[in-house]
Design a protein around this ligand. Sequence first.
Ligand code: ITT
Length: 194
Amino acid sequence: MTLCFATNNANKLEEISAMLGDQFVLKTLQDIGCFEEIPETQDTIPGNSRQKAEHVWDHYRINCFADDSGLEVDALDGAPGVHSAYYGGHPRSYERNLNLLLTNLNGKPNRRARFRTVITLVIDGNYHSFEGTAEGQILTEPRGTGGFGYDPIFQPDGYDRTFAEMSMEEKSAISHRGKAFAKLVSFLNNLPQS
Ligand code: ITT
């Protein structure tokens, strides 16, 4: 089955590509000739996930999926959440995002947070949604050089390492994106053969 992954985030693409089985051929937005900016104007993660997938289906009529993700920090009432990509302002900077989050959490004892991913899959015009979360806590200083985004300050429950101190395979086995994508794969594997 051929699927387009509607993302401009090279890190997401790398993680999902590494999880793909042989039964899928993954196309990028560039592969299908989609070079315009895909609107992301909704105020929820599920809303943005659907909007990105809908754009590709409506304009290119190819089976596809989109991933919208965010980091929800309890002591900040769920921020940065849907605004995770541009938390530190425009243009986007992972370093600025992460530093602003640490500053805003300064002195706050509650460090509980979770990553959330919602993947929207469009197959022949039918929409399906898959969610994954990873619970953990925000450290006071970055640790590790792997991963991307907020990974150096997020330590998942049950581990003494951040996502940035794990291999991509280790991260994907327990991550928000890994869990959501596993649900998508299981759904596709259980579709009746046409
Ligand atoms: P696309 O919309 O093109 O897929 P994006 O980077 O804009 O890419 P999002 O809107 O989902 O994607 O932004 C989520 C932001 O949250 C992302 O830019 C990172 O800063 C952060 N993020 C998402 N997944 C993450 C992960 O697995 N580890 C660390 N940070 C992550």
